[in-house]
Design a protein around this ligand. Structure first.
Ligand SMILES: CC(C)(COP(=O)(O)OP(=O)(O)OC[C@H]1O[C@@H](n2cnc3c(N)ncnc32)[C@H](O)[C@@H]1OP(=O)(O)O)[C@@H](O)C(=O)NCCC(=O)NCCS
Length: 175
C-alpha cells in the first residue's frame, strides 16, 4: 500500500474487475485514451483478469487508486519497465467522473513517481497523452512532467511527456 494524504495506491484485487470492466467498456473513457472500448463479455473478462492476478508480470505494475476512505476511483500503472535503459512508462485513469478535477490525478501521479524513484533504480518515467486532453496534460505538468515531443500514431496526435530522476530530486528540494 502506497499512501498519500488524499489517496492510497494498492495492489489490484478480483473485486476491482466490476469497476474496471465498466470503465474499459465506457466509450467516453476509451476515447480519452485513444483506444476502442472493450467489447469482450464480462465472464471472459473476469477469467482473463483472474489469470492476470495469478501470474503478475515483472515489467508491468498495475495499482488501484482509492480515496483515503477506501473508495476505488481508478487505476494507475507503471509498465514497460526497462532495467537496461532505466525507464518505464506511466498510465492513469480515474474512471469515476465524480472524482475528476479534484486533485486526485495529480496526487496519484506525484505519489507514484515518488514511489518509483524511491523504490527502484529507474531514472526516467515517460508517458503519452492525446494532444487535446488538456485536463490530463495539466495533471501531468502539476505532477512534474515536461512535454518533449509530439507524435502522430494511428491518426491521433499525442504529446510525449517525461520526468527524470534529477528533475524529481530538484522538485523535492524545492518543496
Ligand atoms: C486525466 C486525469 C488522470 C486527471 O486527473 P484529475 O484528478 O481529474 O486531475 P486534477 O484535478 O489533478 O488536475 C486537472 C487539472 O486540469 C484542469 N482542467 C480540467 N479541464 C481542463 C481543460 N479543458 N483545459 C485546461 N485545464 C483543465 C483542472 O482544473 C485541474 O487544474 P487545477 O487543479 O489547477 O484546477 C483524470 O481526469 C482521468 O483519468 N480522466 C479520464 C481518462 C483520461 O483522460 N485518461 C488520459 C490519461 S493519459
Amino acid at each position: 500500500m502506497i499512501l498519500s494524504s488524499k489517496i492510497r495506491l494498492r495492489d489490484k484485487k478480483l473485486v476491482d474487475a466490476t469497476d474496471d470492466y465498466a470503465w474499459q467498456t465506457d466509450p467516453g473513457l476509451a476515447q480519452l485514451d485513444a483506444v476502442p472500448p472493450l467489447t469482450t463479455t464480462f465472464p471472459r473478462y473476469l477469467s482473463d483478469y483472474a489469470s492476470g492476478l495469478r501470474y503478475p508480470s515483472s515489467t508491468r505494475h498495475p495499482l488501484a487508486i482509492e480515496t483515503s476512505d477506501g473508495k476505488h476511483i481508478g487505476n494507475c500503472v507503471y509498465y514497460g519497465v526497462n532495467e537496461t535503459k532505466g525507464e518505464a512508462e506511466l498510465g492513469i485513469m480515474i474512471g469515476n467522473r465524480d472524482y475528476w478535477d479534484k486533485g486526485y490525478g495529480t496526487d496519484t501521479v506525484t505519489t507514484l513517481v515518488s514511489y518509483i524513484f524511491r523504490q527502484t533504480n529507474l531514472n526516467r518515467i515517460h508517458l503519452k497523452t492525446l494532444d487535446d486532453n488538456y485536463r490530463a496534460q495539466k495533471c501531468f505538468k502539476k505532477g512534474g512532467f515536461t512535454p518533449y515531443r509530439y507524435v502522430v500514431r494511428d491518426g491521433f496526435r499525442f504529446v510525449l511527456m517525461e520526468i527524470h530522476r534529477k528533475q524529481w530530486q530538484e522538485q523535492q528540494a524545492e518543496t
